[in-house]
Design a protein around this ligand. Structure first.
Ligand SMILES: Cc1cc2nc3c(=O)[nH]c(=O)nc-3n(C[C@H](O)[C@H](O)[C@H](O)COP(=O)(O)O)c2cc1C
Length: 232
């Protein structure tokens, strides 16, 4: 992996200055690993799983299952990170608060985008699709597997609402911790659950030399995935 930024004598990267020129000098040349039509899985979900596995095994990547979810709220594009909790033939699942801003956005417009930024591997995956709530049973099953503190947190937080102070949040946490003590069964709040994003497009991006990156885009036509290569 080559770096275009200056190196010190010890080979360490010289700290970048946060000036216009410093930011412009943040430039890496990308590697030799390609993504070729002959090598990919015809099923983009299987291809995704193999990249997720590689990302999760790469110690340079923190939270390989973190993805940026973009959705449209009142004609504005909004983004935030969420964690992928399942992937299967039907799509990609994450869990959140059903009264949050993202949930309001999805209620208005089901069309969303997901982006996995695996920069340490010079890779990204972009997904477009339609989000819909998973069944209450699926949300119950996943909620039950969460650590006690996260379960209490789901009760305590009115996600995306204005909060008077940190103390108010902690007081609410204590309130629910007393209601559902550690070791007791914590029910899933109705306002908390999962979404499944059913993909209509999945694009795999692999960085290459001289910005001649590989971009292979799968799109769904009559229930069949077709692959096209895009200019980088
Ligand atoms: C690495 C990471 C993982 C996150 N995972 C989740 C998640 O799985 N579910 C969630 O609701 N918020 C998650 N968040 C917080 C969201 O990014 C966001 O702040 C929160 O969901 C409120 O978003 P909203 O107001 O746009 O609805 C995560 C944040 C980070 C940085």
């Amino acid at each position: 992996m080559k770096l275009d930024t200056p190196m010190s004598e010890t080979g360490d990267q010289v700290p970048t200055q946060i000036t216009r020129d410093g930011i412009r000098a943040m430039r890496r040349s990308y590697g030799d690993v390609g993504l070729l039509e002959g090598e990919i899985n015809r099923d983009p979900i299987e291809q995704f799983k193999s990249w997720l596995e590689a990302a999760s095994e790469n110690i340079m990547i923190v939270e390989a299952n973190a993805m940026v979810l973009s959705a449209i709220l009142n004609d504005e594009t909004t983004s935030r990170t969420v964690l992928l909790k399942d992937v299967h033939d039907s799509g990609f699942t994450f869990f959140t608060n059903y009264q949050s801003e993202k949930a309001q956005a999805i209620a208005q417009n089901q069309k969303v985008s997901l982006l996995f930024p695996w920069y340490a591997m010079e890779r990204q995956v972009i997904i477009r699709g339609t989000a819909a709530k998973v069944s209450a049973q699926e949300s119950d099953e996943y909620f039950a597997t969460r650590p006690w503190g996260s379960k209490i947190g789901a009760w305590a937080s009115s996600q995306s609402q204005v909060l008077e102070s940190r103390e108010v949040l902690e007081a609410r946490y204590q309130e629910f911790a007393a209601k559902y003590p550690e070791g007791s069964e914590v029910p899933r709040p109705e306002h908390w659950g999962g979404y499944l994003v059913k993909p209509s497009l999945i694009e795999f991006w692999q960085g290459r030399y001289s910005r001649l990156h590989d971009r292979l885009r799968y799109t769904l036509h009559n229930n069949l995935w077709q692959v096209t290569r895009l200019n980088p």
